[in-house]
Design a protein around this ligand. Structure first.
Ligand SMILES: Cc1cc2nc3c(=O)[nH]c(=O)nc-3n(C[C@H](O)[C@H](O)[C@H](O)COP(=O)(O)O)c2cc1C
Length: 321
């Protein structure tokens, strides 16, 4: 089964994706956080962040069968959709993911992400545009904003569209990222969906990946977000069928620090002033609390100056071989 790294705005930045691919690996494709319209144009900052696997790296990855980077767009209409898709096609991308799952009120209230799921006509128009656009499209979606009926009303339209894959996060937009996962609706969608289907939601271990694979043998893959931020070795561990108990903790920590160094150096080169640099690098640790000593985690989170942050990092690296 394919292991896909979910897009997480503010976490899986271009440099994070590249460092993860080089140091931990095991991922078949990295989905970039969504590109959106700002002042009538594709948001420049999002476009710049897409250069992590550009040019030679993309060709080399395709040749060697390495991880791909797939950009994602979020749109509330065919007009927005065309502007964003064309910007990515102009950059040479041949595969684009379309977001119909984002639950952030800023997007939902503008009829984007999960806010689009109840609008059959708008989705139909976008699927018609997909038919007329000569690149591959996939969809990442939820069951609905307010009810799972929304996904089932859309499924005939999605089944007819030339999609390469659907990723389903079986929650409603109004649940955001918490609350029960609706496996019953997922199973119904799994039975009725004619495209390769990917499961997404709350996976935190290799044994859970194996359990999902056992329960849904026709799945094309799983997409993992927060679980992979917390355990960046999970994809490689799954590929080598290594349970967490068999993984070498020193090897894990040493890779984690290699990855941190790449992201830290990049933050120091890209941003100015302690607070900007710190806000970028502190998010790297946010989900890693279980992997490092609690005392040091607190120091990292609390650091207000770069010197305090670096002292905490030195303290933790002293635990490495
Ligand atoms: C902070 C944050 C940012 C996210 N950004 C995006 C995004 O840009 N595009 C997207 O499709 N999903 C986004 N998601 C949703 C994740 O990709 C994923 O679907 C969700 O976290 C559930 O999977 P998980 O339980 O494996 O984390 C985001 C989630 C979080 C928590």
């Amino acid at each position: 089964m394919k292991i896909l790294f979910a897009p997480l705005q503010g976490y899986t930045t271009g440099i994070y994706r590249r460092a993860h691919a080089e140091i931990f690996g095991g991922v078949d494709a990295y989905y970039a956080p969504f590109l959106r319209i700002e002042n009538g144009k594709p948001r420049e900052k999002d476009l710049r962040d897409l250069n992590s696997f550009d040019g030679n790296a993309r060709e080399r990855n395709a040749r060697e069968g390495n991880a791909r980077e797939i950009p994602q767009i979020i749109a509330n209409s065919v007009d927005e959709f065309k502007i964003l898709a064309n910007a990515l096609i102009a950059k040479g991308y041949t595969e684009i993911d379309f977001n119909m799952g984002c639950p952030f009120p800023m997007q939902v209230n503008r009829h984007r992400g999960a806010g689009l799921l109840s609008d059959i006509q708008a989705v139909q128009a976008i699927m018609d545009e997909i038919k007329a656009t000569p690149v591959k499209f996939s969809v990442k979606m939820r069951l609905g904003q307010d009810s799972p009926n929304e996904a089932f009303a859309l499924l005939p339209i999605l089944n007819e569209a030339p999609l390469s894959q659907i990723t389903l996060h079986p929650r409603l937009g109004k649940q955001q990222y918490k609350g029960a996962i609706d496996f019953k609706s997922f199973e119904k969608f799994y039975a009725e969906c004619r495209h390769p289907l990917v499961y997404n939601g709350d996976i935190t271990s290799v044994s859970q990946i194996c359990e999902i694979e056992r329960r849904y043998p026709k799945l094309a893959g799983v997409m993992i977000g927060r679980g992979m931020l917390a355990r960046p070795s999970m994809a490689a561990d799954y590929k080598e069928l290594r349970d967490i108990n068999c993984a070498d903790p020193q090897d894990f920590l040493s890779k984690l620090f290699q990855m941190h160094q790449v992201i830290f150096d990049h933050a120091c080169k890209t941003y100015q002033g302690d607070s900007q640099i710190l806000s970028h690098i502190q998010s790297f640790w946010e989900y890693l609390e279980p992997s490092i000593p609690k005392k040091i985690f607190k120091k990292i989170k609390k650091a207000g100056k770069l010197s305090e942050y670096q002292a905490a990092i030195i303290e933790i690296t002293s635990h490495l071989p």
